[in-house]
Structure formats: C-alpha cells, structure tokens
Design a protein around this ligand. Structure first.
Ligand code: FMN
Length: 323
C-alpha cells in the first residue's frame, strides 16, 4: 500500500471536508497556501456506484491539489465497495469515510454520525471500502459520540476504533464534539488525546481551530499528528502556511488587503475556469468571507452578492481599499 499519510511532514495541517465549500477550486487555493492534504466535499456512494454524472463531477480531482482525499458518505457496504473501486480510478491519494455528519438528511438515513450507533455496519463499510480501494489508504472522519435512539446509551468513536483494530485504517480525523453538542459547545480536545493514545494510525484533531495559536495549543493538548481546519479557513485559505510558520518560528505574517485581494481574484478565476458561471455564483459567499473584517465590509456586501462575471468581481474588489 502506498500510504501517503505516513510520508507527510508532521504536524499535518489539513483542509477538513465541507459540503458546499471544499470544491476543486478552493482546495487548489488551500493547497497552494500550505495545506498538506485536502479533503473533498462528501460524495454519496449510491450516486457514485450508479455513475451518476453529477456525483462524478463532485468527485473530480486534479493533480494541482494533490494529495487529495475523496470523502464518501452513505450507509451500504456494497455501495462503498463499488464507489471505492470507481474513485480509485480518479487517482486520489486517499479515500475517507464520513462517520460524523449530523445533518438530518444524512444522519436520519443512518449515514454519517448515525453509523456510530451501528458499529457492525461501520465495520463492514470500512472493510468494504478498504477492499474496493485496493491499496489506496482509507481513513474516516468522526465525532466523539452519539446517544442511542432511546437516549439510554452512548456509542463512542473510541469503541469503534477498538472494533476495527484488525483493519488497516490509515488515519482518522476527530471532530471533538458529540452529535448532540451544539456548535458553540467547547471542543473536547482531551477526547482526541485519548484517540491518539489508542490508535496507531494518523490522528488529526478537528474543531474550533481558527488561528495558528489555537492550532499550536490543540496539538500540544491532544498530541495529535496534525489538525483539520474547517470554519477557520473561511476567507483565509492562507491559514495553513500561517500555522506552519507559527509552529516553526513562533511568528506569522498577517496578509494585507492587497495580498488578500490577489488571492481572492485568483480563486475567482480558477472557479470560473473549472466550473464556469456556476463557479462564480458559488464564489459569492467566498468573496464575502474574504472581505469580512475590513472596516467598510458591510458597504460592499450588496455588491458582492450580485456579481455576475470576472470583470465585475475584479472591478469591485479593486474599489475596496483597506482603510
Ligand atoms: C458548511 C460545512 C460543511 C461540512 N461538510 C462536511 C462534509 O462534507 N464532511 C464532513 O466530514 N464534515 C463536514 N463538515 C464538518 C467539518 O469538516 C468540521 O468537522 C466541522 O466544521 C468542525 O470543524 P471547524 O470547527 O474547524 O469548522 C462540514 C462543516 C461545515 C461548516
């Protein structure tokens, strides 16, 4: 097996998977600004195993973002096997399984975090994916725990790791919150530390990492091999290199608005090149994230959410000056 995870420099700074955010253009920008590994949005195995064109598009990857991990979602082991066989041909560095998504549509269907309740099925899914991946390293992403449906019991990811001990799981990213925990709840980094102590593969700590300083603290508390960044990347895909600089030297540089603007424009051009008009429409929310925090950001919001083409985006961004 070519386990790229073991070859990455540590600590690993990863872009966590986010539906509607971590598409190919954004992943490429994050890679360029220091992400050691990037995850795709979750791609549903049912669609993949039927070779649904829309699903295949979501799984499209490029050399310019490698190493890239394609994340799969679903609840049927056979479909995971088929999906892994299909995406293996796309050439990802790794394949990840979503055992953490709390969204009603996903968890309500017995997928995502709900799979922690059915650890036998989770085992079968991981095993089937490893078989289908045929040498490409398989990882999973999960939360700390979920309550049983009648709320009398809890099912933890530590139990799952114990159950799959005989399977060659290469890495796990743990979002240190339970299914039931609201977004604002503190992330349980001590739990991630326990995962690190009980699992011999790569462990990435995830949840609440918005700054290089937090990344350093989390690495110290958890002893993890790296961190996964979700919300913390909004409007600042350069956070990866800032984290690395901070870990190496204790310092990092803030970007000026003109540097940020150049990256935002490069991102928009790439989104247009890869996804056409749709890419620019999807870019609108990213543009709002890029300007967030500028003194007059609210003055530009209306304009940014109505931009239709690259020229308009460039013109509008050029008008914005850092006060
Ligand atoms: C918009 C959005 C979409 C997400 N989509 C996924 C997904 O497709 N797969 C997944 O495993 N986690 C997904 N997540 C969860 C993140 O990967 C991450 O675990 C979570 O946001 C906590 O990390 P953070 O505090 O760094 O954001 C998503 C989160 C957000 C905000």
């Amino acid at each position: 097996m070519n386990n790229f995870w073991q070859q990455l420099p540590k600590p690993i700074v990863a872009l966590a998977p986010m539906c509607g955010v971590t598409d190919l253009p954004f992943r490429s920008i994050c890679h360029k600004h220091g992400a050691d590994v990037v995850y795709t949005e979750m791609v549903m195995v049912q669609g993949l195993s039927r070779r649904n064109p829309k699903t295949l598009k979501l799984a499209a990857i490029s050399e310019m973002e490698q190493p890239v991990v394609i994340q799969l979602g679903g609840n049927d082991p056979e479909a995971f096997y088929q999906a892994a066989r299909i995406i293996k041909e796309l050439g990802p560095a790794g394949i990840d399984i979503n055992l953490g998504c709390p969204a009603k549509k996903i968890a309500g269907d017995g997928s995502g975090v709900a799979l922690l309740r059915d650890q036998e099925r989770s085992y079968q899914i991981i095993q089937a994916t490893i078989e289908g991946a045929d040498g490409i390293p398989v990882s999973f992403k999960t939360r700390t725990q979920i309550k049983s449906k009648d709320k009398t019991d809890v099912h933890t990811s530590l139990e799952l790791l114990e159950k799959v001990k005989d399977l060659p799981v290469a890495a796990v990213m743990v979002h240190g919150r339970s299914f039931e925990a609201p977004w604002i709840e503190k992330v349980d980094y001590e739990y991630i530390k326990k995962v690190k102590e009980n699992f011999s593969g790569i462990v990435l700590a995830n949840g609440g990492i918005y700054t290089p300083e937090i990344a350093k603290d989390v690495l110290e508390i958890t002893g993890a091999d790296g961190v996964g960044i979700g919300h913390g990347v909004y409007g600042q895909p350069w956070i990866f290199s800032q984290i690395k600089d901070y870990l190496a030297t204790g310092k990092y540089e803030e970007k000026t608005w003109s540097e940020k603007r150049a990256i935002a424009l490069e991102h928009a051009r790439l989104a247009f090149k890869i996804k056409g008009k749709q890419g620019l429409l999807e870019m609108r929310k990213q543009l709002l994230w890029y300007v967030k925090g500028l003194p007059n950001a609210t003055d530009y919001r209306q304009g940014l959410v109505h931009l239709e083409n690259l020229e308009e985006i460039e013109e509008t961004l050029n008008k914005i000056e850092q006060k």
